[in-house]
Design a protein around this ligand. Sequence first.
Ligand code: FAD
Length: 468
Amino acid sequence: MNQYDVTVIGSGPGGYVAAIRCAQLGFKTAIIEKYDTLGGTCLNVGCIPSKALLDSTEHFHNAGHTFKEHGIELSDLQINMNQLIDRKNGVVKANVDGIQFLMKKNKIDVIKGVGSFVDKNHISIVPREGGEAQQIETKNVIIATGSKPTVLPFIAQDKERIITSTEALNIREVPKHMIVIGGGVIGLEMASVYARLGAKVSVVEFMDSLIPTMDRGLGKELKRILGKIGIEFFLSHKVTGATRNGDTVTVTATNPKGEEVKFEGDYCLVAVGRVPYTAGLNLEAAGVQMEERGRIKVDEHLQTNVPGIYAIGDVIRGAMLAHKAEEEGVFVAERIAGQKPHVNYLLIPGVVYTWPEVAGVGYTEEQLKEQGRAYKTGSFPFRASGRARASMDLDGFVKVLADKETDEILGVHMIGPRIADLIAEAVTAMEFRASAEDVARMSHAHPTYAEAMKEACLAATENRAIHM
Ligand code: FAD
């Protein structure tokens, strides 16, 4: 029987990063993945394919809308859905092949099949399509089995017309009318993809705001901007059912007045969140305890109630984000090696890859109010940025929240061009506990979108923004 220092179950961004860090630290490491390709949700049916489609459709949308103003005239603009999806598949393949290469480079044993506990130190692996099981022995286990889309019990998803994000990444036609249930990150990214392709898109959301976990100002601005590409929003609507009849889907909901409303379309995307995935792990055999909402219970060191068994990523509490899973993967590997690592959960940024992009880190204004903390704000709109004017990306703003007394930056919330990358500056500043004035006094290259961060910090310092 093969023996390992560490066995990782699941090869998503949590699992494969944990495996690489374990190998770097000198542990004999195995990684178990039930699917044929490595990379988990993120690389196969999440972050990467969705961004590939967002990039392609952004080009298409711009070609049809803003190119003319740049003096680029096109005739007979067409979308080739097969090429669009094939390119996306190529991007996914290049990424998952890259993970396979990294496993080899780091001498990590990759074992394909469903991993399940025999006991605390033994894992059995059965090929997904059936066949002979193999068993390995291990000193430590890192569970990184991720999540799957939430299913609404009153909606029968047939995965053809009533679909999850996984199927929404593979539609080889432009829908006539896509009804998206859920105005969170995944729902809005996919809504953007199909609206840019010319589909009518209706987003039906239970809450009274989009992306409700982010700073409220962002959801409001995003709704206004996405409305301009034709997406219709139905907030405070409680979906009560969705049925399919041939190629037609009907979604029923209760509107804020308590009346029943109906939406008819050809696709319904259910994007109401994700739930931790632990099926088939046989956690009972190792005595691993769960907590509410199907999550694996862990302590502050991400160890379960069983010494030597850890859990990371979407399968435990916290934001369901790839970079959060990655940080936890490194954290656990270093804990096993006896180091004292740290994850600053306050500084895990949240990003929405619509156009404009949306990003936030630290406390929201709502959280600061709830805490009763004295704070000041500084905002800068992209319409006052020379760089944004050059690229015609005038929507959005950067908002900085800083402590009223000390000027320490407490939160940064942005909506605008390329701010998925710009949020890294806010994370860096906050990790070093910068004040708004610290950032305001740093040189930012001109003309860049990043100047909006400097200007918002100037505004937060003493209302000293220069270009506003
Ligand atoms: P996963 O990536 O879910 O990986 C878990 C792996 O474990 C899977 O490969 C699964 O097959 C395997 N597994 C499960 N059980 C077993 C078993 N018993 N034996 C063997 N293998 C098993 N996050 C971002 O940060 N940025 C984004 O832009 C982003 N976009 C997204 C877009 C979409 C459409 C979706 C659905 C998600 C997106 N996410 C994004 C979320 C991100 O994908 C997840 O947070 C991330 O993948 C979680 O990583 P993980 O390692 O915990 O689990």
